[in-house]
Design a protein. Structure first.
Length: 337
């Protein structure tokens, strides 16, 4: 199937990324490594390496390995909280990475300039209109608007509301990509018509054949429905933790215990708030690794978005992208008859 209507609506996004379809596969820690990232980019989408808690040396290796698997552009997602953020930025510059995504909060002082110094484009998450405006003023090249339907760390507002609040004001200024809860092409068509330059999906790509996620992790996704993907609960008001959406499992309880442990450390003064939050983030990275890599779907974290119910089989990235594109084109064609 050809996609003329969709291609026209995606033009701004495809030009921004230098790829054929303005569908990004959002970085997913442990999942978005060389195999999935190169498969997405080779199939015409835009793959993004999840740096997560990687050291600069590991990121260096991952970028080199990804380049060996694809000649197409791909991005790197860095977490603002990473203690070696500026070394990671240097690694991206060394490899002439064309697009850097900064996740986990506002860009720290100097990071925007450092990322853009070698010509890379910078993409940031905008959790509210006021912050979207601030990011645009500070020189960010594109925004991702991600709603609470998404898998992984989430904000409090739904994708549909954020899209309505942010697209009309910001899309005229810079490319905006919509993320969270997108499982089918009809939704992609709708967000493009609202002004989005493209979309970012995570959950839908976890069960791609090329994804190295453990078979147990993929099986859990194939069995789950939307209501199984629940947000974590904050148990102590003194310890503000960013909620994480994941499939319910016995491991969900471990997070409660971890919060108690860290809250006690805060009480005794053994750690400050920054260190407490870092410990929580290390907990998630470890729990996700146990599930994605080791296949521990009982004790590990099964981060997944509400679109998980629309993931029904393991299939190659090319098929997933083709399905999404066909659905979107069909929706657009149906409107114009
Ligand atoms: C297993 C998993 C791990 C994720 N890890 C990260 C991450 O390391 N950094 C990040 O910015 N987003 C992360 N995300 C969010 C995705 O990049 C993407 O924005 C999100 O999955 C989009 O929503 P969807 O899951 O509804 O498609 C993760 C999502 C999942 C499902």
């Amino acid at each position: 199937m050809t996609h003329p209507k969709l291609a026209a609506l995606m033009l701004r996004g495809t030009e921004f990324f230098g790829c054929e379809t303005a569908i990004m596969c959002g970085a997913m820690s442990w999942v978005s490594e060389r195999n999935l990232v190169s498969a997405i980019s080779n199939a015409g989408g835009f793959g993004v390496i999840a740096c997560g808690a990687m050291t600069p040396e590991l990121l260096d290796k991952e970028i080199t390995a990804t380049k060996a698997l694809t000649a197409k552009p791909f991005g790197v997602n860095l977490i603002t909280m990473h203690p070696q953020l500026f070394d990671l930025i240097d690694i991206c510059a060394k490899h002439d990475v064309t697009h850097v995504v900064l996740a986990g909060g506002l860009p720290p002082k100097g990071s925007i300039e450092a990322i853009k110094a070698k010509g890379a484009k910078l993409i940031c998450f905008a959790p509210a209109l006021s912050l979207a405006k601030k990011l645009a003023r500070s020189g960010v090249d594109a925004l991702v608007v991600e709603g609470m339907e998404a898998g992984g760390h989430i904000g409090p507002v739904s994708t549909s509301v954020l899209a309505q609040e942010i697209l009309p004001e910001m899309a005229p200024q810079l490319p905006v990509f919509v993320a969270g809860g997108i499982g089918r092409g009809e939704a992609i068509a709708a967000y493009l018509e609202m002004g989005a330059a493209g979309v970012q999906l995570g959950t839908r790509f976890v069960c791609a054949t090329e994804s190295i996620a453990h078979p147990n992790f993929k099986k859990a996704f194939l069995r789950a429905s939307a209501r199984d993907a629940v947000a974590s609960v904050q148990i102590d008001p003194r310890l503000p933790v960013i909620p994480v959406r994941a499939l319910k499992n016995p491991g969900t309880e471990n997070f409660t215990a971890k919060q108690r442990e860290v809250a006690n450390l805060l009480d005794t003064g053994a750690v400050d708030m920054m260190e407490a939050q870092l410990q929580i983030e290390h907990y998630w990275a470890g729990a996700l690794r146990r599930a994605v890599i080791d296949g521990d779907v009982e004790g590990g974290s099964l981060m997944a978005g509400q679109s998980v119910g629309m993931v029904t089989k393991e299939e190659p990235v090319t098929d997933i992208l083709a399905t999404l594109m066909d659905e979107a084109e069909a929706a657009l064609s149906a409107r114009s008859v």
